[in-house]
Design a protein around this ligand. Sequence first.
Ligand SMILES: [Zn+2]
Length: 409
Amino acid sequence: MQCLECKSELQKLDNEHLLSCCGLTLHEYALRHHLPLDLVLSADQVNVPDRIEDYPPAIPCPGETARGLLQGIRLAGLLRPEGDYLVIPGDIRRLDLLLWNQRYLSDFGFCFRQEYRFDTSTNRVIADNRLKARRRNFSRTGGHELSLVTPPDFLMVLASCVAQVGELHAGYLFIPVPDRNDAQEITQCLKRHWNINMVVLDTAQPSGGVMLRSYRRRDSDNLFKILSELLQTMPGVWERFHATTPEVTVVKELVFDSAHFITDHPAKCSNLHGGRYTLQVKVAGRIDPASACVIDYGYLKRVVNQRVVERFDHHNLNYVASELAWRSSTEMLCVYIWEQLIDYLPGLVELQLYETGQSWCHYSGPDLDSFQVAGSSSVLHHFNEAGQRDARLCAQIAGDRGAKLSVVA
Ligand SMILES: [Zn+2]
């Protein structure tokens, strides 16, 4: 087999040769030369069982950086038990970060593995890039006991977590945290020591956890300020959040079946009637260079389902929310839906809501910053704010002269 980098003829290609020849792993080499792994690997390199005796023990006192990084990776939900091992998954686009982590996490006995396996569901060879350590390395010194040695530096822990799973949308930093208590702790610590505000959003994460978001854009700026030194030492991380990449708009379409009526409508829409609504949610943003996405479609779908579809589907829209009791027109629905979503999707740029194939409404509401200042649109709140009517007028209409007199007094 010829190495396409150095042109030498080899028995087989492996990481040992490639890392010394071009500094790439075999998985990266296959991507660079757009070759399927099946063609690059020989049969004896696929589905090779791992041997626990190849893994070293942890050193007696893992360093401060190692403990901080590991704690951040745990916060991010990426420290996973797998048989006799603890595994930290990585992806190929962020291999530099995984290898950088490994340099420190070797204190705990973590080794880098690029494992090739034949995937029976897709009938092709795929590669898993991850750090692995013997699980028993953690039985004596491991788990929560680790942090009791002396708690690792909070900023290192947070930087590690943000580097792994943080995402920047429209200037707001999002951090999915599987454990609600961890999320509370991060929030309180940032508020107490740096006056940085985070909000906890319930977004039905697959992990059962929550999403932390910087409350205002300036909270993201301040957060990046306190983490910048650490994030800039981690390969690819600062660029991931700050590099200029193309702006694109992604659209998710969901449908719901609902009934409604239009109060006071002069024609037949005053009758209760139903239909299938089609909602298109458009989110704009820069392409995240590490994920190649603006936003995860799964997250987008989960949020719109949870905040809108599950509440509207097979319901009478007039009774879903007080804001819609009077007029559940597509226009009012758009304004209402916008306000349900903007906290979760600050990159939201447009909603398109079809009541029929021939009738639909576009809406672009305020961005999150303006919404936080101005609050909910007054068009939704006429009846919520009712009761401010001049008391004398009320009394007059009610024909209650006694009330009128007491008001005058
Ligand atoms: Zn070579």
